[in-house]
Design a protein around this ligand. Structure first.
Ligand code: AMP
Length: 441
């Protein structure tokens, strides 16, 4: 094992320049989707009271929180998700805000998960919450903006796995299964441990209930109208569960009417680990990757739990790290800055160093990426180093040319160079910069 001075903590990663730039690009796209849908950004703290974060996160995630005592003796934790902080905000500082409230957050989260492909202990999410509406249009909006963001990042073959917590919870409630027990069962179902869930229920639920669940667990598919019909037939006689199916149908109908062109797979037995969901839930997947790129759903009671009065809400968290993995770091039309236009301004001697810095500033004002030579290298050394570092153009400043207001512009690709005026070089590089194929928002 190498020295702690030379490695990151297990589960933590360094993002090297190209990865960092790609991550920020997805973040920018997420911010753009927020703007288009009218979601305002809020920035909440990385550290919150343990009680707030632990309240409804679910047993699995609770065990994985980074909890510690700060120097003032407070029991605090690193946030494992945004939703608890947003619920706190909405039930306190934003309580008088007219509804609906649309909020966006982006940042890092911390869970002591077992590190593996796409699972880190520090990861990034783009998070959207639509607060104040219990209507299907709100859930459909959350699906729609998730779809828009995924499309923007260049992904094509992703699909939404959709379910409804109200169906399973409705049945269990009618059977008199207590909430804590329901949570346990939902955790098992989240891990696809359906037999274990049924075993627990054997002691406390009717045979009819077990039969209904067994039937529901088999109901899934891409043609959602057929799946909804089968769900309806399975839950007959369970009133709450039936209205949950109706609600899910209304949401899916809206996505069709709005021509969202969502790739949906409805699964009647689908559950999510977070305890606070009350309605439609979903996760996003791409073929060949069995970890979700994002997940969300309706949580109508969380804000009330924090003292905010009854406030229905729906939201989604999209995992930026996993989106990066799914698009494999590259996509058509994206050139990392490192590979775009990069200019080196190179003074040939000490005398023109100041001029080199002055011209660099002038070029930067025109939006050009400019590095100035700082290693005191001679021209030939500096040129060979520049091509190794993928510099595209070098502006060579020599005292003789400068006396005539001129510099040498060298194209590193075809190795051609010519003497041009300072004004010309600025205009030429500005033109190349705006014509370069970088995605900008
Ligand atoms: P959740 O908050 O559990 O609903 O997760 C929402 C999204 O966050 C997931 O779909 C992932 O994309 C991402 N995510 C959750 N946990 C991790 C993790 N340990 N590493 C990377 N991404 C994660």
């Amino acid at each position: 094992m190498s020295s702690p001075l030379r490695r990151t903590v297990r589960g933590m990663r360094d993002l090297l320049p190209e990865e960092a730039e790609h991550m920020r690009l997805i973040e920018m796209e997420a911010r753009e989707v927020a703007r288009l849908y009218g979601y305002r950004e809020v920035i909440t703290p990385l550290i919150e009271h343990y009680e707030l974060l632990a309240a409804k996160i679910g047993e699995e995630n609770r065990k994985r929180m980074y909890v510690f005592e700060d120097l003032g003796g407070r029991r605090v934790a690193l946030r494992p998700e945004f939703t608890a902080s947003i619920a706190r905000l909405v039930s306190t500082k934003m309580v008088a805000e007219p509804k609906p409230i649309r909020l966006f957050s982006v940042g890092s989260l911390y869970r002591y998960d077992e590190p593996q492909f796409g699972r880190y202990r520090e990861f990034w999410q783009a998070n959207y919450e639509l607060i104040g509406s219990s209507r299907p249009e709100a859930d459909a909006e959350i699906l729609s903006l998730s779809n828009d963001l995924l499309k923007k990042t260049g992904l094509e073959d992703y699909y939404f796995k959709v379910g409804h917590v109200g169906v399973l919870r409705g049945i269990l409630s009618e059977e008199g299964v207590k909430e804590a027990e329901q949570n346990r069962i939902m955790q098992l179902l989240d891990k696809k441990m359906q037999d274990e869930a049924l075993n627990i229920l054997k002691k406390q639920a009717s045979e009819r209930c077990l039969e209904t669940l067994r039937r529901l667990f088999k109901v899934s598919g891409r043609e959602w109208s057929r799946v909804i019909k089968e769900m309806n037939a399975s839950v007959e006689g369970y009133e709450e569960a039936s209205s949950a199916v109706e609600n899910l149908e209304a949401i899916l109908n809206l996505t069709s009417d709005a021509k969202m062109d969502l790739n949906v797979r409805v699964e009647a037995g689908f559950a999510r680990g977070l305890e606070y969901y009350t309605g439609m839930i979903f996760e996003v997947y791409v073929p060949g990757m069995d970890i979700a790129l994002g997940g969300g759903g309706r949580y109508d009671r969380l804000i009330e739990l924090f003292g905010g009065g009854p406030t229905p809400a729906s939201g989604v968290a999209l995992g930026i790290d996993r989106i990066m993995l799914a698009v494999k770091g590259r996509r058509p039309g994206w050139t990392p800055t490192w590979e775009g236009l990069r200019v080196l301004v190179l003074p040939v001697n000490e005398e023109v160093k100041g001029k080199a810095m002055e011209l660099s500033s002038r070029l930067r004002e025109k939006g050009v990426t400019v590095e100035v030579e700082v290693m005191g290298r001679r021209v030939s050394r500096a040129l060979s180093d520049a091509s190794r570092r993928r510099v595209t153009h070098v502006v060579i400043i020599g005292p003789k040319e400068l006396r005539e207001g001129k510099v040498v512009l060298r194209d590193m690709k075809n190795k051609e160079q010519r003497t041009v005026t300072v004004d010309e070089v600025a205009d030429m590089l500005e033109g190349l910069q705006s014509g370069s194929s970088r995605i900008s928002l």
